[in-house]
Design a protein around this ligand. Structure first.
Ligand code: ADP
Ligand code: MG
Length: 329
């Protein structure tokens, strides 16, 4: 063992600081924050030469997440979404342009996914409470199933209103709002002059630029081994969303009750364990990952293979990994 004399340790310490000064500062100017918002973990990593701008940028991400949470959470009574659910079965409700656009996109995605993505899933979905291990009874499902149909959602462009044609309709944007929030947050960063950033909201991640000279490394979780990654991908300037049956679920009598519901049955979709979608727009990745989860491997891959610019990685029930055409070796 080397014995350090005081002179020698001073020399070593100085050498260390000298080295730090000469290193291309890999960690300098990165600004990060993580917060629990929208019932999930939000993370922002931003690079900017100015500490002041970097810090403001990270704060702006969190503020945008909280703004959207206040507007679109079904758990906040005053949210615009809750107000719509309260009133839209009785009369057309005037809503913000932002919510109107997101509802319009959601309905268009229902059409494109043959109803696999459907925000009226909540007409039955509201009776699940995964934390409390609660699920609707068979008769509840039967009574409310006809309320799940995106065609019940009537959007009037001129009046900018929403009306539900069926008395039991409820909507929930849990399958698209986080992706929308991530897109918005990255746009805010870009407008601030940021060129390198990562924004994550639960399973939805978007990357602005690269990680200063190297790609971002984004993981797809192993659906059955928490804290283990099944796949890691080097990515830049794109976005990735993952939907999994392990995020919110409980088990009863050997059956897994999780948060992605088939609009046809009002019950958890069972064909796959996880779906990741890679594409430019986080809003679409988010909705498509949910839709492909419901559609399963064959119909899901068909959908993605005819959607230009969007790719899929599916982990099926046998833990086999499937890649869309563009990603296949
Ligand atoms: P998360 O990132 O919360 O795991 P996902 O993108 O996997 O979200 O979507 C799951 C959420 O989407 C559910 O919590 C629910 O709010 C909503 N959802 C469930 N089933 C559907 C469906 N068939 N169509 C649209 N949204 C759905
Ligand atoms: Mg989704």
């Amino acid at each position: 063992m080397i014995k350090l004399t005081p002179q020698r340790s001073i020399a070593l310490v100085s050498a260390f600081f000298l080295m730090m000064l000469c290193l291309p500062s890999a960690y300098a100017n990165w600004h990060t924050d993580s917060q629990g918002i929208m019932g999930t973990n939000i993370r922002a990593e931003v690079w900017h030469a100015s500490d002041d701008i970097g810090q403001k940028a990270v704060l702006a991400v969190m503020q945008e997440m909280e703004r959207i949470n206040q507007a679109m959470s079904p758990y906040i009574e005053s949210s615009e979404l809750s107000q719509v659910n309260l009133k839209a079965t009785k009369e057309p409700v005037a809503i913000s342009q932002e919510l109107f656009d997101l509802l319009k996109l959601s309905v268009a995605l229902s059409e494109e996914t043959k109803g696999a993505f459907d925000i009226t899933f909540a007409s039955v979905g509201f009776l699940y409470n995964y934390r409390e291990q609660q699920k609707p009874s068979q008769s509840d499902v039967e009574n409310l199933l006809s309320a799940i149909n995106y065609e019940h959602v009537v959007l009037d462009d001129e009046q900018r209103t929403v009306f539900f044609k069926h008395p039991n309709v409820k909507i929930d944007l849990g399958g698209i709002a986080k992706g929308h929030a991530v897109d918005n947050a990255v746009k805010i960063l870009r407008d601030m002059g940021i060129e390198h950033a990562l924004v994550t909201a639960g399973g939805d991640t978007k990357l602005l630029g690269d990680r200063k000279g190297r790609p971002w490394i984004v993981g797809i979780k192993d659906p059955r081994k928490s804290n283990k990654q099944a796949i890691v991908l080097p990515l830049e300037n794109t976005a990735l969303s993952t939907s999994g049956d392990y995020e919110r679920y409980f088990e009863e009598d050997g059956q897994r009750y999780h948060h992605i519901l088939s609009p046809q049955t009002g019950k958890s979709a069972q064909e796959v364990q996880s779906v990741s979608i890679i594409g430019e727009r986080s809003t679409l990745n988010d909705a498509l990952s949910t839709a492909v989860f419901v559609l399963g491997v064959v119909d899901g891959m068909n959908l993605i293979n005819r959607t230009p610019g969007y790719d899929a990685i599916i982990i099926d029930n046998q833990r086999k990994v499937h890649y869309s055409n563009e990603l296949s070796p």
